[in-house]
Design a protein around this ligand. Structure first.
Ligand code: HEC
Length: 191
């Protein structure tokens, strides 16, 4: 009996020691290019989906009309395109993150473009709260509720014909953002 208990105690002590040694010396994945842990994606998505099912708001607070699409496209350009790409161009940054960034203007076949198959309330939840340990930021302190709805309703309609006033923003090449956002550096820089 004494030996049995001793065995259990050693086992209980060895388990955390083994886990600690694996974290320190076992090369668990830390770099973007490292292989995912077994079932990593499934494990992180179960609680995310459960939470969204519980909390995502139902009806959108804005109409799916031209004004919404144009406002949404402006927000998308400023806040999202850098990671999620534009129509016809993938984001380079998005392909070099782990988890990778879904390209929201890319067609997946079956007529789905980006997250057009998700209800706008689900996208709204993700935009408002972000997705932990993924690089997806929470926008609830950056954008207003209306702005978060506008971009969510735009994305829910990514598979539909959008008005040219919105499309022009969504089709401009990504590097235009960098070119127009900052003034050119002074000519004598670095001298
Ligand atoms: C810094 C990069 C980055 C920015 C900026 C960003 N996102 Fe994301 N986003 C991510 C990543 C990474 C994921 C994937 C998370 C995952 O795999 O769980 C993601 C996921 C999403 C998803 C879920 C996609 C799916 O397939 O279910 C939506 C919707 C989304 N983002 C919308 C937005 C919107 C709208 C904006 C701008 C208001 C935005 N994101 C800004 C990185 C970003």
């Amino acid at each position: 009996m004494g030996r049995f208990l001793f065995g259990i105690i050693i086992g209980v002590l060895l388990l955390p020691a083994g886990a600690w040694a694996w974290f320190k010396y076992g090369h668990p994945p830390v770099a973007v290019a490292d292989a995912p842990l077994p079932f990593e994606r499934q494990i992180t998505h179960v609680p995310l989906n459960a939470r969204i099912d519980k909390e995502a708001p139902g009806a959108a607070a804005v109409q799916a009309n031209e004004a919404t699409f144009v406002a949404g496209a402006h927000i998308y350009r400023e806040q999202c395109a850098f990671c999620h790409g534009v129509s016809g161009e993938k984001s380079k940054i998005g392909g070099n993150m782990f988890p990778g960034v879904p390209q929201l203007w890319e067609s997946h076949g079956h007529g789905v473009v980006g997250v057009s198959d998700d209800p706008p309330g689900e996208t709204y939840w993700k935009v408002a709260n972000g997705i932990r340990l993924s690089g997806m930021p929470a926008y609830n302190k950056i954008l207003s509720e209306t702005e978060m709805w506008q971009v969510s309703v735009l994305l829910a309609n990514a598979d539909k014909p959008l008005p040219p006033t919105a499309l022009i923003l969504l089709k401009q090449p990504l590097n235009l953002d960098a070119a127009t956002a900052a003034p050119a550096p002074p000519a004598d820089l670095g001298r």
